[in-house]
Design a protein around this ligand. Structure first.
Ligand SMILES: *Cc1c(COP(=O)(O)O)cnc(C)c1O
Length: 425
């Protein structure tokens, strides 16, 4: 459930009519709903209640910052008691700036640089998820040099098919992430003995936009077996990080498992583990808490197929359709009740700049406003300035108020960062 609803014929974000934001901030613009973020954060936590009860510990919920790194979004989640799963020094800096306590920050990612590892150590983050023997050795050495102990888990690759888009699948043997299960014991053994490292458990994350619990459950079963094997080998295992990945409905008829289905499955799968659990949800928290508000530039007719509805948002603002062939519902802000079949495209000079083909949608004409729904995750954060377009603005609504939470960055400001060297004059 989200707070983008039609009221009096006009699509609102909570109590703010979207035409007001379009008028005052311009388009395209991402609009986030604070109430929706809070609701999703609470529903996800409530779903994990059986896990908390069974394990005897409140789990750590670390929001996957890469899904929406906006400071205001992070602040809402910090207020909900969430921590952060970060995958770069930039994200780590944001999480801290938004007030997330260092001990609730988990650092994931296959290519953490030396400088990023140092930053995490310096800020005394709660957990490093180590993705290779090499990374573990480097982290241990840096920590020992700084006189610190890095709290860490070993990310394993369980080799399961997450049954999602290949570009967002991360837990198959051929993916770059984690340690293959067959080597996990040996690598754990080696790293656990290093000074500077408190290797206290394992982590797993098999992919994103999962619409089926079965791959997760089979990955967790493998983790459970590994925990038992590690203990058998004499290791003290106190922490397990089960990653993120829960999908959201992008279109009618998609029925992802609910947080409570997920929580029951996790409670079942982790029964008897006796560890502190961590979770790294991104999309399920932020996805339906945002829309991309856009204006129709013109409707081009007379081609072979349906008309082209050309909107002022483009693939540089919302990359998912071009990148993954992803579906986003597309609705008029002031629907007339009429509908049309259209190709919905942006202005960029590339055929990939197509949001939808042959889409049955609200009838629209030049100047009308529309939204791409479910754009709160992997939306603004993937923007680029391709075609010398600026970076899109972001707004957060809270009840009847709203604020610009990221300025639009004009194409001219991007150009200002470039220079023509003397040797060309
Ligand atoms: C991307 C990512 C997540 C979040 O995935 P969602 O599908 O958005 O929940 C969590 N953990 C890691 C390590 C990731 O890379």
């Amino acid at each position: 459930m989200d707070h983008f609803q039609i009221r009096g014929g006009v699509l609102n974000a909570e109590d703010v009519p979207l035409p007001r934001i379009a008028e005052e901030v311009g388009t395209p613009v991402y609009v986030y709903s604070r109430a929706t973020l809070e609701r999703h954060a609470r529903v996800f936590r409530a779903g994990l209640a059986p896990v908390a009860e069974q394990s005897g510990h409140e789990p750590l919920i670390a929001f996957a910052v890469k899904s929406n790194p906006n400071l205001a979004v992070l602040k809402v989640l910090a207020n909900e008691g969430y921590g952060a799963d970060v995958v770069s020094g930039g994200e780590l800096t944001r999480a801290l700036a938004a007030g997330m306590p260092a001990e609730k920050i988990v650092f994931s990612g296959v290519g953490k640089t030396r400088a990023e590892l140092e930053l995490g150590l310096e800020k005394q983050i709660g957990q490093f998820n180590i993705e290779s023997r090499e990374e573990g050795c480097e982290l241990a050495e840096l920590a020992a040099k700084l006189g610190r102990t890095a709290q860490a888990t070993l990310r394993i690759n369980p080799d399961v098919d997450a049954k999602t888009h290949e570009k967002i699948s991360t837990g198959k043997a051929e993916n770059k992430f984690g340690i293959p299960l067959v080597h996990a014991l040996e690598v754990f053994d080696e790293l656990a003995h290093l000074e500077g490292l408190n290797l206290r458990g394992v982590a797993v994350h098999i992919g994103s936009q999962l619409l089926d619990l079965e791959p997760l459950e089979s990955a967790f079963a493998k983790v459970g077996q590994l925990v038992a094997d590690l203990r058998q080998a004499g290791h003290k295992i106190t922490h397990v990080d089960l990653g993120g990945g829960l999908g959201v409905p992008y279109k009618a008829g998609e029925n992802p498992p609910s947080p409570s289905d997920y929580g029951s499955m996790v409670a079942r799968a982790t029964d008897g583990w006796g560890v502190h659990l961590a979770f790294e949800p991104g999309r399920v928290i932020a996805g339906n808490a945002g829309v991309l508000l856009t204006r129709v530039i013109r409707v081009k007719r007379g081609g072979n197929g349906p008309p082209f509805v050309i909107v002022d948002a483009a693939m540089n603002d919302l990359a998912r359709p071009a990148l993954y062939g992803a579906w986003h519902d597309f609705d008029a802000v002031e629907p007339s009740g009429e509908s049309m079949t259209a190709n919905i495209v942006g202005p960029i000079c590339e055929t990939g700049d197509t949001f939808a083909r042959d889409r049955e949608c609200d009838a629209l004409q030049s100047g009308d406003l529309a939204v791409f729904r479910t754009a709160g995750a992997y939306g603004a954060t993937m923007a680029s300035s391709y075609n010398s377009r600026g970076f899109v603005a972001e707004v957060m609504v809270s009840g009847s108020q709203y604020a610009v939470v990221a300025d639009r960055i004009a194409a001219a400001a991007i150009m200002d960062a470039e220079r023509v060297p003397d040797f060309l004059s």
